[in-house]
Design a protein around this ligand. Structure first.
Ligand SMILES: Cc1ncc(COP(=O)(O)O)c(C=O)c1O
Length: 385
């Protein structure tokens, strides 16, 4: 589909890169499970040579996701971590990166325990105050990596302010937009240079496949990342590319329900006598509620709340019936997790304490079930505390 810029989000989700198959008219993009492509002669082929380099199903997904985030190109990888690893592989030994201090736990694990061994340095700061970013940038800083809202504490970073600092300092801004999806937040429009997602979450939406994407604003980065796909090979398979193409068709509809139910569950939790605190940008008492309203068009369905202790969290999590206890988020089913022992275990007790991740915190990814059933389930589970 050409000239998709003026089309609405839901239309792009269903049609961009998802044009009917020219050969048969099939309305869904075919899965091309092929490793290689027959060539007509030396150097004569139809644009495809080997599937690590490119594959028609993957190409279609990359077109679709670029159209949804408003980028010039997208590159998909085997997981969200593979996408983040590809972005960081653009750097060289001696470069420095400024990161948020409340990121998905796997990101600092990759940075500190793998990438740092190659001579790249990392600083972790509270990016919810933009001036901290400015202060942390050094002569050798090449990149700022921000998650907003953060995982799991749901704090918000000011994308316009941080991107203005990055532009002035000639530093790249990379935003992990996994929690909001492009439906509720478009970091490239605020000046970010690249957006990453774990497509495993809302973009796929059905908890049936891993994946990651980097959406670029500049051709130079799209080219470098295509080269990294070819060199390092952490590409997404044709089948999993297709799963995301299928999932993304309902992204707008799903996000509307996620957001509606997210607000109801957050409100319920904030009034529940067993809950000590709720972290959700849609609540009026969230410290950055006004900023959230400015840069997001919805609040989503990620909510973190405080049960008071590991014992309380465990009692409650053992009792849930409809909510499923497990890592991950963004699926149609409600997933509930315990950051201290799951997503953020790698930070260690000291690391978690430093940023306020307590043993009593519980994170919920509100799904699209009937919300009354979810409230009833949460109420009876909280009753165990
Ligand atoms: C915000 C965020 N970014 C990145 C990742 C990593 O994605 P994946 O699990 O697909 O590698 C996750 C995983 O939970 C995440 O929550």
């Amino acid at each position: 589909m050409k000239a998709t810029k003026n089309l609405g989000f839901a239309t792009r989700a269903i049609h961009s890169g998802q044009e009917p198959d020219p050969l048969t008219g099939a309305v869904t993009v075919p899965i091309y499970p092929t490793s290689t492509y027959v060539q007509q002669g030396i150097g004569e082929h139809k644009g495809y040579e080997y599937s690590r380099v490119s594959n028609p199903t993957r190409d279609r997904l990359e077109q679709n996701l670029a159209a949804l985030e408003g980028g010039i190109a997208a590159r998909v990888f085997a997981s969200g971590m593979a996408a983040i690893n590809a972005v960081i592989s653009i750097l060289k030994s001696g470069d420095h990166v400024v990161c948020g201090n409340d990121l998905y736990g796997g990101t600092p694990r990759l940075f500190n325990q793998v990438i740092a061994n190659f001579g790249v340095e990392f600083s972790y700061i509270d990016t919810s105050a933009a001036e901290n970013v400015e202060r942390a940038i050094r002569k050798n800083t090449r990149l700022v990596h921000v998650e907003t809202p953060t995982n799991p504490l749901m704090s918000i970073s000011d994308l316009a302010a941080i991107s203005a600092i990055c532009r002035r300092k000639k530093v790249l801004l990379v935003v992990d937009n996994t929690f909001m999806s492009p439906y509720f937040q478009q970091p490239l429009a605020f000046g970010a240079d690249m957006v990453v997602h774990s497509t495993t979450k809302f973009l796929n939406g059905h908890s049936d496949g891993l994946g990651g994407v980097v959406i670029c604003k500049h051709q130079e980065h799209a080219d470098k990342l295509a080269f990294l796909q070819k060199c390092a090979g952490a590409i997404l398979s044709p089948f999993e590319s297709w799963l995301i193409l299928r999932g993304v068709k309902t992204l707008a509809a799903r996000m509307e329900i996620h957001d509606r139910s997210g607000r109801i569950v957050a409100d319920f939790l904030s009034k529940h006598k067993k809950v000590k605190a709720v972290f959700y940008p849609g609540l009026k008492d969230h410290p950055q509620h006004e900023l959230a309203k400015k840069q997001m068009t919805g609040f989503g369905s990620m909510i973190t709340f405080e049960t008071g202790s590991l014992k309380n969290a465990n009692k409650m999590l053992k009792k849930v019936r409809i909510c499923s206890l497990g890592e991950s988020l963004g699926g149609v089913e409600t997933l509930i997790s315990h950051p201290a022992t799951m997503t953020h275990a790698a930070l260690g007790e000291k690391g978690r304490k430093a940023i306020g991740i307590t043993d009593g915190l519980v994170r919920i990814s509100v799904g699209i079930e009937d919300v009354d059933d979810l409230l009833e389930d949460l109420d009876q589970a909280l009753g165990a505390i």
